[in-house]
Write a protein that binds this ligand. Structure first.
Ligand code: APR
Length: 306
């Protein structure tokens, strides 16, 4: 039986566990340090299984031993961004949480694929790689799958078409230095730049870059979790089903796009090996410059941790 563990049973973690369980994909284990929280939420999710039938199990726990031999481990543990807080301000808190979590996870699931969600995610992927010692392809992070879905939703609203028809391209850092590329965003195979003028494209890019902050400004005391959990559930599904899914995600770069020794969002192919491939698009000079600046911003963040 495939097994997926979700670390952190907060807004993102619990919604993610629910989505995974309802996708009928694998046994799901939800871990949190708060006693009772993962147990209560797992029991609640299980009690919905009359309506979402599955042969898999779901368990909440405060003991890492229950996560043993997971195929995929999804790390959502950490503090959420509060209004006015930048992703970088979360750095010190989340770096210490992610360091502790990853060292426990890899003891119990040495062969897993690790997907990091905790922010700032690009730097957390680098940290997770350092702590785990895993090969680069076995670690990835949630960025473009979410940011691209946000861009698709804004395009869908503007054009009154289903978001699922849109193939978005959002790379770079999951934050202020995100690189949204309308030229490579396609609707029925047509570039967005053929459908909208430059000002309209720019407005959508800006809204995408600020997509997380827009949700925080509504919710006030928490950050987004429905779209993040949907995007990461899709990534985990691609690993479990060995799909060769084309999507954008945080991956460790080793010379691709002229970038080395850091992780940031790029187009990838996901299968049971994790990042099966990093896809190298022909970028324009200005797109490439923006991507490299984004990678440098991640390096700067990582240097603040170390
Ligand atoms: N080990 C396990 N769980 C932990 C740890 C730890 N060391 N430290 C904190 N947690 C748990 C908390 O107890 C809480 O249940 O992580 C959970 C975080 O949940 P929320 O506060 O609801 O945050 P959430 O909105 O889920 O966001 C989690 O995902 O999208 C990112 O920026 C977001 O970094 C944040 C993360």
């Amino acid at each position: 039986m495939p097994k997926i563990s979700v670390i952190g049973a907060g807004n993102v973690g619990a919604t993610l566990a629910q989505r995974l369980y309802e996708k009928d994909l694998a046994d799901v284990v939800m871990f949190d340090i708060v006693e009772g929280l993962p147990q209560g939420k797992a029991l609640d999710i299980f009690q919905a299984s009359s309506y979402y039938p599955t042969d898999y199990t779901i368990k909440g726990t405060n003991d890492y031993a229950d996560t043993a031999a997971s195929d995929v481990v999804l790390v959502t543990a950490g503090a959420a961004r509060k209004p006015g807080m930048t992703r970088d301000e979360l750095l010190a808190i989340n770096a210490s949480i992610v360091r502790g979590v990853v060292s426990e996870v890899v003891k119990h699931s040495p062969d897993c694929i690790l997907i990091i969600i905790s922010n700032p995610v690009d730097a957390m992927v680098v940290l997770a790689q350092q702590v785990s010692g895993f090969a680069n392809e076995r670690i990835m992070g949630l960025s473009g799958a979410l940011d691209g879905a946000r861009l698709a939703s804004f395009i869908a609203m503007k054009l009154s078409i289903p978001a699922a028809k849109i193939e978005p391209c959002v790379i770079g850092e999951h934050g202020e230095n995100m690189v949204v590329i309308p030229r490579l965003t396609r609707i029925d195979g047509k570039p967005l730049t053929d459908i909208m003028d430059q000002d309209q494209c720019q407005a959508l890019c800006q809204r995408t870059i600020k997509g997380g902050a827009e949700i925080v400004s509504f919710l006030k005391t928490s950050s987004a979790f429905y779209a993040p959990s949907a995007a990461v559930a899709r990534m985990a599904e691609a690993v479990i089903k060995d799909e060769n899914l084309n999507i954008c995600a945080v991956a460790f770069l080793n010379g691709q796009y002229g970038i080395k020794n850091v992780a940031c969002g790029v187009p990838v192919v996901i299968n049971k090996k994790g990042i099966a491939k990093i896809v190298e698009y022909q970028l324009t000079d200005s797109e490439l410059e923006a991507l490299r600046a984004s990678a440098q911003a991640v390096k700067d963040t990582v240097s603040k941790i170390n």
